[in-house]
Design a protein around this ligand. Structure first.
Ligand code: WTA
Length: 655
């Protein structure tokens, strides 16, 4: 059982005191797809009374090569959706619009960090995706093969995954901020046969050397036969003969037409690795049909997509948010999706607001951690811009503190735009809890009500529902179409991580409470998973990286609340006896973790200790470490501690 103690979080107090309610602005509701709370509630009631019928109706809005025979085959925890149906997500994102009335409509609107702009219509995208699908085929890539994608935010990244989806190759996108070691783990676990990358990417005016990192990783990846390199900057890179080829050269030789394959609804679409409570990231497997349907439908209703919207989600495609809500959900709806390559503070802290005004963005979806950074940088940055094209705002990735929510509403949305706080996970594939914006009143800090067809509940460790207003564990009671089907090559771990804690239910790993209005308030993780700037990280992953350093004997990592990042990483380290603590060694260890995993995992604090506090059975007492990292002192019960001295010593370091 995971420990249910979350770190004492100052944000929690303000959430518990929060009672403001904002009904949908009348002007917004008048034009929205769903216009009133009654309409939402009526639809919700019907959707959960007969979920199969509800999802089947939604699925009929997409193109199927062959209809399904059965909507759901559910043998807990194994789900199959739209059994026997044949579908292709690349077709639904691209062909349907290119062959219909949207051929000349902009599908991808891209802005590079240095300032270039590219616009790809659905017609252009159709041509590019088909050609690149032929490139993949030309390399001998077939349905079911796993392809790693380690690229920056360029249209080619979207083209790459759409081309994989077109031929049934399973993409495994690896966030461009991960280090070589993290690539090795992911590529080897999935036994990828090829990796798609680019020379460099731009971030905050610097070049991110993606190809060089791939070169380093590939020294340890025996399954990779081919590397395709997209030329983004033209900076020199090594090209290994017989293995590495240029994207543009292969494209120039490829045939232009590649019909989308009629894939089985349950054919795997992608693998995406995410952190769990052990050191090894989990390769979650998403399949085609159900994922298509739920990303399509949630995009349509939660972002209230309309034909003339310019939608911008600032997430990187390396995370699930980018998969579902930069590419798949939005393009299925035939709406323009904006991709921005670089950092929010380059060349100035107002880059995002500049992008919004320049491209008349109507819907903007970002993370609370970004909002907190904007607040810190100062109101004069957004104030320099009109922001009058915006009509809807969204957040995702971590609980949002009411203060940040209010700032977002006032300074960016000018009180005119509803905010959709969307709760979901890599595992859920699509949004699960969020206000339908024309219908559901919003509350600062609450993700509000479940999406149609979704039955979340807050329960005790024993699985009993808790009364309104009380905290508990968030579970999902019924299967949903975009749920991950398994963990790649590890079905037992899938069952034990998600379906064993609370029998009969999906265990999210999050704490929550429901208020009197049926609104959900998310309280953060209840397990050893951290959420650092909206990025999921396992404490064990960081610990494994630390102990891999030759001077480290043992390490324990915990999260502590941080105003900007949500959680910061605090590491407690015992050194091998021949080494002495020093400031230099702290810096060395921080740099080491960044090199092993990526900069996102670099510990904020490192404290050296002679021993870690452990229970008599040898378990590290994380609760104590969390308290110590947060408050610098220990209040809780320490009677099971093996060595009280340890705590005293850790404390001394603060003084
Ligand atoms: C957290 C990101 C509160 C939560 C889509 C979840 C949130 C984890 C919210 C999943 C939200 C995500 N409010 N917490 N609106 N959205 N989370 O897999 O702890 O990267 O379990 O998916 O982020 O992170 P993941």
């Amino acid at each position: 059982m995971p420990s249910t103690t979350t770190s004492p979080d100052p944000n929690l107090d303000s959430v518990l005191r929060e009672n403001r309610v904002f009904p949908p602005p009348a002007e917004f509701a008048a034009k929205a797809r769903i216009k009133s709370l009654t309409e939402y509630e009526e639809r919700y009631r019907k959707s959960v009374a007969d979920p199969e019928n509800f999802w089947a109706e939604a699925a009929r809005e997409l193109h199927w090569f062959e209809p399904w025979e059965k909507v759901l085959d559910w043998n807990l925890p194994w789900a199959k959706w739209f059994v026997g149906g044949k579908i292709n997500l690349s077709y639904n994102c691209v062909d349907r619009h290119a062959l219909g009335d949207k051929r000349d409509k902009v599908a991808i609107l891209w802005e590079g960090e240095p300032g270039e702009v590219r616009k790809l219509t659905f017609g252009d995208l159709h041509a590019e995706v088909q050609r690149f699908a032929n490139v993949l085929k030309g390399l001998g890539i077939k349905k079911g093969d796993r392809i790693a994608v380690y690229m920056g935010m360029t249209p080619e990244l979207a083209i790459a995954i759409l081309a994989c989806a077109r031929i049934g190759a399973v993409h495994s996108v690896i966030f461009g901020g991960f280090a070589a070691h993290a690539i090795v783990d992911r590529v080897n676990d999935a036994e990828c046969v090829a990796i798609l990358t680019q020379d460099t990417s731009y971030r905050r005016g610097c070049e991110v050397k993606l190809k060089a990192t791939v070169d380093e990783a590939l020294l340890q990846c025996p399954t990779v036969k081919d590397v395709v390199v997209y030329k983004r900057s033209g900076l020199p890179v090594n090209m290994k003969a017989g293995r590495d080829q240029w994207w543009h050269e292969l494209m120039a030789k490829a045939e232009p037409e590649c019909p989308a394959e009629a894939l089985d609804s349950e054919d795997p679409l992608y693998i995406l690795y995410t952190s769990g409570t052990t050191g090894k990231p989990k390769g979650l497997v998403h399949t085609t049909g159900g994922y298509s349907v739920q990303t399509y439908l949630t995009s349509k209703y939660i972002f209230d997509l309309q034909a003339d919207d310019v939608y911008w989600c600032s997430a990187d495609i390396g995370w699930v948010t980018g998969h579902s809500y930069v590419v798949y959900g939005i393009l299925q709806n035939g709406v323009t999706t904006l991709m921005y390559e670089g950092a929010p503070n380059f060349p100035e802290m107002d880059r995002f607001w500049r992008v919004i005004d320049a491209h008349k963005v109507t819907i903007f979806y970002t993370a609370p951690t970004a909002i907190r950074a904007f607040i810190k940088w100062g109101d004069h940055f957004p104030e320099k811009h009109k922001l009058d094209s915006l009509r809807l705002l969204g957040t995702v990735g971590e609980p949002i503190n009411p203060e940040a929510w209010m700032w977002y509403r006032d300074k960016i949305g000018k009180g005119r735009c509803p905010i959709v706080d969307t709760w979901w996970q890599t595992e859920t594939g699509a949004i699960m809890i969020a206000p339908v914006p024309g219908a559901v009143p919003t509350k600062p800090g609450s993700a509000t009500r479940p999406f149609f067809g979704i039955v979340p509940e807050v329960v005790t460790k024993e699985g009993t529902p808790v009364p309104a207003g009380h905290g508990g564990l968030l579970v999902i009671r019924q299967p949903w179409p975009s749920m991950a089907r398994t963990i790649f090559k590890d079905p037992d771990r899938y069952r034990s991580s998600y379906w064993s804690e609370i029998p009969g239910s999906y265990f999210t790993g999050d704490g929550a409470r429901i208020d009197e209005d049926g609104c959900f308030w998310l309280m953060g993780r209840v397990d050893d998973v951290l959420n650092v700037s909206g990025h999921r990280l396992g404490t064990m992953e960081v610990e494994s990286a630390l102990v891999a350093h030759p001077k480290v004997a043992e390490a324990a990592v915990v999260g502590r609340p941080d105003d900007l990042k949500g959680q910061a990483i605090a590491a407690f380290v015992t050194l091998e006896s021949e080494y002495q603590p020093s400031k230099e060694l702290k810096d060395e260890l921080r740099a080491w973790v960044a090199k092993e995993i990526g900069a996102l995992a670099r510990p904020d604090d490192i404290r050296f200790t002679e021993q870690l506090p452990k229970t008599r059975s040898g378990k590290i007492m994380r609760r104590l470490l969390r308290e110590l990292a947060t408050n610098g002192e220990i209040k809780g019960d320490t009677t099971t501690l093996e060595d009280f001295n340890v705590i005293a010593k850790l404390r001394e370091q603060d003084e």
